[in-house]
Design a protein around this ligand. Structure first.
Ligand SMILES: CC(C)(COP(=O)(O)OP(=O)(O)OC[C@H]1O[C@@H](n2cnc3c(N)ncnc32)[C@H](O)[C@@H]1OP(=O)(O)O)[C@@H](O)C(=O)NCCC(=O)NCCS
Length: 208
């Protein structure tokens, strides 16, 4: 894709998703604009097996934008990273269409897997500031991941996930009730132990 066409497409995407933009020329000031442009170039080199050239482009872009996208990642149309600093996207990540990320998002591995180590993000997913998605599972389409969440397992489509570790709090717009541990009515282990001892003594008395 040529630069002018890319600029027009990005201007539309950013105007739609960032209410802070005032004119299409501001698009040129978005780190996301340059990071994705460089990623598309680096990815072409990666596919041809020019791994050094690909990494050279992506690392140079990472230094300038604060967004590190591995050239091996596969990214669909309509991708947008708002603010962007501290975003890391790993080599085997697969991202669908119209996905939005905010600053500080990691799409990474756990260090325990080989081969496909990074997540698959389906269409129309939003991943909020500082969220970490770690492992080779799928985040289902139209899902939202809350700020600061750490997601370690598969997320079904149309879900909202928050917390550490991340848990689904809404699915298909319906709240999922939280199963809380009762912190008040806990058993008293000392009392239970005394009751056991008392029963043993009763039994011994009877035998005597
Ligand atoms: C995930 C998010 C989109 C959820 O929005 P939502 O579906 O409207 O959810 P609600 O606001 O109704 O919150 C539902 C529950 O989740 C909790 N919650 C929401 N976001 C949370 C988060 N990031 N971490 C922990 N809990 C969270 C709320 O406190 C609420 O809990 P309660 O029912 O016990 O009161 C939103 O909270 C979020 O994290 N947005 C961040 C966007 C962002 O990154 N902005 C940066 C711009 S620079």
């Amino acid at each position: 894709m040529g630069f002018i066409k890319y600029f027009r497409e990005e201007a539309e995407i950013i105007k739609e998703r960032d209410p802070a933009i005032k004119s299409k020329w501001e698009v040129l000031l978005y780190p996301s604009f340059w990071a994705i442009w460089k990623y598309r170039k680096a990815h072409k080199h990666y596919k041809k097996g020019h791994f050094f050239r690909a990494r050279y482009i992506s690392q140079k872009a990472a230094r300038k934008t604060g967004i590190e996208i591995h050239p091996g990642a596969q990214i669909g149309k309509g991708f947008f990273i708002d603010h962007g600093h501290g975003v890391i996207i790993g080599e085997t990540t697969v991202i669908g269409d119209n996905v939005t990320l905010y600053q500080g998002v990691t799409l990474g591995g756990t260090g325990k897997e080989t081969g496909k180590r990074h997540p698959t993000i389906e269409d129309n997913v939003m991943i909020s500031a500082g969220a970490k998605i770690l492992g080779s599972f799928t985040i289902g389409e139209n899902s939202k991941i809350g700020a600061g969440s750490v997601v370690l397992n598969e997320v079904p489509p149309n879900s909202t996930v928050v917390g550490v570790p991340g848990r689904v709090i809404k699915q298909d717009n319906v709240r999922i009730p939280r199963v809380d541990l009762d912190q008040v009515h806990l058993p008293d282990p000392v009392k239970l132990e005394f009751e056991d001892i008392r029963r043993e003594i009763e039994k011994l008395k009877e035998r005597l």
